[in-house]
Design a protein. Sequence first.
Length: 80
Amino acid sequence: MSDSTEPLTLDRLIQDVADVLYAEPADISPDEDLLDQGLDSIRLMTLVERWRAEGARISFVDLAERPTLREWAALLSPTA
């Protein structure tokens, strides 16, 4: 599991998604639809709850409507 003090950077998001998909981070494409990479609603909710626990202001719908890691990184960046 990722260090909870690490900011939600693109690299961190890739690692967290790889964790819930039981995949290698190198196998996760930041530009491909995560649903096509095996992410389902249960795993997405797991990520939302993990990141909310760390202070992210994000909803399931926000992420589901933009299902690429690059879009998530933009939503979760401190300047967003």
